[in-house]
Design a protein around this ligand. Structure first.
Ligand code: SAM
Length: 265
């Protein structure tokens, strides 16, 4: 979909992009094609798109697979897509409340992520869909510091740990604000993840545990975990994996959280 297509739909359908839902629609066909290529979709793959909007990614995705599901919070956009995309199932729902359909394995996940809830969406994906083979996202360029960072840095937290454990992170390319209607205030970037074996450790329980570890960043880990077990038990668990009683969550490597979780939970 190009700039004229998007403008035509907005005008003919009387749709006003809503900033409260982070609606910036992609209108650069080269960038759209590059995102689709990165997804490496096979015909039989089950693909999930979050926030399909006016369908800039949805239409080309629907040509690649017969198993495409899309979750869109905006009823007007979901209705419009149901009328126009024939080869996809559109769910009108807030993705943060969306329950993963039972007995369905998702292979590939793609999203031009609504920036206002990027962290929550990615955390939910790593918790509930860590069996997916590939994830490709458009994110705010500035937000990458929260994904690609090391222990000890200010931004290091659950999102960076989950991203690292899911595996195969790549910064693909920058995207200028001119690639969207309306134009966002910041530059964007496309990133991808390819599942690694360590993604096996990602579960909703593990994500909950990580959130507890970082509930008060400046406190010692044993304090943040006091709801889980007695101080003695927590100190023993920390020592068992070679950590000091007084360590803080921001000092631990991703793999150390996995080991601590296995000992404690
Ligand atoms: N994929 C389209 C594109 O690339 O042009 C639209 C991307 S736009 C940045 C984000 C989309 O996510 C919007 O369609 C918005 O309505 C939708 N959205 C926002 N919050 C959502 C949520 N909690 N659950 C599902 N969709 C959401």
């Amino acid at each position: 979909m190009n700039r004229d297509n998007i403008k035509d739909i907005l005008q003919s359908e009387g749709i006003l992009p809503l900033s409260k839902y982070g609606q910036n629609f992609l209108c650069d066909e080269k960038i759209i094609q590059s995102i689709i290529d990165l997804c490496e979709i096979n015909r039989e793959d089950m693909v999930l798109e979050i926030g399909p909007g006016l369908g800039s990614l949805t239409f080309p995705l629907s040509l690649k697979t017969d198993h495409l599901g899309c979750v869109e919070i905006d009823k007007g956009l979901a209705d419009h897509l149901r009328d126009t995309v024939t080869n996809a199932t559109i769910f009108h729902q807030d993705f943060l409340k969306f329950e993963r359909p039972e007995n369905i394995n998702i292979d590939v996940i793609v999203s031009n992520i609504p920036y206002y809830i990027m962290t929550d969406i990615m955390k939910k994906l790593f918790a509930d869909y860590s069996d997916a083979r590939k994830m490709v996202f458009m994110v705010e360029d500035d937000a990458i510091a929260r994904i690609d960072c090391r222990p000890g840095s200010k931004q290091y937290g659950p999102l960076a740990i989950l991203s690292s454990l899911y595996g195969g992170y790549r910064y693909e390319f920058k995207v200028p604000s001119t690639a969207f209607i309306p134009q966002p205030k910041t530059t964007s970037a496309v990133i991808s993840f390819t599942r690694a074996a360590t993604a096996d450790y990602l579960t909703p329980e593990f994500v909950k545990f990580l959130n507890s570890c970082f509930s008060m960043r400046r406190k010692m880990l044993k304090k943040n975990l006091s709801g889980l077990a007695s101080t003695d038990v927590i100190c023993n668990a920390l020592n068992q994996i070679g950590l000091n009683d007084s360590c803080r969550a921001e000092e631990l490597q991703p793999g150390e959280f996995v080991r601590l979780f296995k000992v404690l939970c």
